[in-house]
Design a protein around this ligand. Structure first.
Ligand code: GLN
Length: 446
């Protein structure tokens, strides 16, 4: 129940936070949240913040966050949108969550996503399917579907998520908002349920590129490695990334390139035929790591306790509640990494990944920033691709590269569920962010 807004005038902080809470309830049909913080706890938090003298306000004072359900937030359900963790309450908070709280941020709740972050549409959640607030009947993109939905529908200020192969950039794009994924491994992943550790990155979304720099500075644990912001005069595009785009996407990207040229940037075209191996290499690496990381969810340590006549039976029962896509990934990952098969598939994928890394390093020496579309297609319909995994995986055609090479990458909405991806070399996070900030206004000027 919401407190009555009568009597003493509500402080701005109280008013904003309670307004978000009210909106979350009012827009529950969007199915953005898996769980919402209790009113009592939120009021306690507001009271605590209100008592702080201004000079002691943290860097995120009063900003309201939605947190993807793959992060631990102490006292809230930590379910990864999976039935196997139904009702599991996190006993501690992820490192980034602790940092948000320390800097006086407010956590509103946990957002829906594909089960264990496996997917590109949010439809693999075992609980609900987040609805695109901007395009009725379309998916939000995934896997951070509810997070994108919560930011886009103005149910919070900032959405915290994870990006393993595009899970921040794709849904941000489909929901007409902005996103940023930093260089791999510069932010602690403690308390983030892993999909594939060598690819997973803490990342976030916001309506305009406003708090990204603050978040990067706050979360980054290897500040000395970050390069200084560069003024950009040249940007690169990869010819092969302009092929196979939906016509509407292609037109919008081409128009955006013209806008950037008019603003004085030189656009240089490169060729990288190796692009075609990005998606297969990503999926093979991710399957392998995912199947290994899922071993800890055996039904004994976390979540629901399933009984069985013996250990095999108990594990079997626990695994039976996993969704189809999660099972597919565990099986394929186990197969790919078997001694007999690993040379044929996994080793090959690792070699392809290393080659891709080498070619990108060479490209970044020529042009420090590369741009492309975020997705080959605009938002697709709910139910349209879910039965065909290959179709679904193809939504990741242009985003997995940044994860395979560990680069920073962000997205700027161009409207209509289409986005411009901006990518730089490892540790060039400040330059990528600088481009996002500056270009956000340029590309959307009438
Ligand atoms: N869509 C990709 C996948 O399903 C990426 C997911 C992610 O970044 N979490 O693996």
């Amino acid at each position: 129940m919401m407190p009555k807004k009568t009597g003493k005038a509500l402080t701005e902080l109280r008013e904003r936070t309670l307004n978000y809470l009210e909106q979350i309830a009012r827009k529950s049909e969007l199915q953005a949240f898996n769980s919402v913080e209790s009113l009592g706890k939120l009021l306690e938090r507001i009271n605590e913040l209100e008592k702080k003298p201004k000079e002691k306000h943290g860097k995120l004072f009063g900003l309201c966050f939605s947190i993807k359900d793959v992060f631990a937030v102490q006292g809230l359900p930590f379910q990864c949108s999976s039935k196997s963790l139904d009702g599991y309450i996190a006993p501690y908070s992820a490192k980034v969550v602790e940092q948000i709280l320390k800097e006086d941020g407010i956590i509103l709740g946990k957002t829906n996503c594909d089960e264990f972050a496996c997917g590109s549409s949010g439809e693999n959640s075992a609980f609900q399917t987040s609805q695109n607030p901007k395009f009725k009947g379309k998916t939000c993109g995934g896997s951070s579907s509810g997070t994108a939905c919560s930011v886009s529908a103005e149910l919070c200020d900032i959405g915290l998520g994870s990006d393993t192969g595009g899970s921040i950039r794709l849904p941000a794009t489909f929901c007409n908002i902005q996103s940023f994924k930093p260089t791999h491994d510069i932010i602690s992943r403690h308390g983030l349920s892993d999909l594939a550790m060598s690819l997973d990155t803490v990342a976030w979304m916001e309506k305009t590129v406003q708090y990204s720099e603050t978040l990067l500075n706050l979360f980054c644990e290897q500040k000395e490695k970050l390069k200084e912001k560069k003024e950009i005069t040249q940007i690169g595009i990869i010819r092969e990334q302009m092929e196979n785009l939906d016509t509407k996407v292609e037109q919008k990207i081409k128009k955006t390139i013209q806008t950037l040229e008019r603003k004085g940037l030189e656009v240089i075209e490169h060729s990288m035929p190796l692009q075609k191996i990005a998606v297969p290499a990503y999926y093979a690496c991710m399957y392998a790591e995912f199947s290994s990381s899922m071993q800890k969810f055996d039904g004994f340590k976390y979540g629901k306790q399933f009984s069985g006549s013996d250990i095999i039976e108990a594990v079997k029962v626990n695994r039976s509640v996993l969704g189809k896509e999660v099972k597919r990934r565990i099986l394929l990952g186990t197969y790919l990494t078997q001694k007999e098969e690993s040379q044929k598939f996994y080793k090959k994928a690792l070699t392809a990944r290393a080659r891709l890394q080498k070619e990108y390093t060479q490209l970044f020496q020529k042009t420090p920033i590369l741009i492309s579309s975020v997705a080959p297609v605009p938002p697709f319909g709910l139910g349209e691709k879910i039965a065909d995994p290959i179709q679904m995986y193809s939504a990741d055609l242009l985003t997995v590269q940044a994860n395979l090479i560990g680069s920073p990458a962000g997205s700027i909405s161009l409207g209509e569920g289409i986005g411009l991806q901006v990518m730089g070399n490892q540790f060039e996070d400040k330059t990528v962010l600088g481009c996002l900030q500056k270009w956000e206004n340029w590309v959307n000027a009438p």
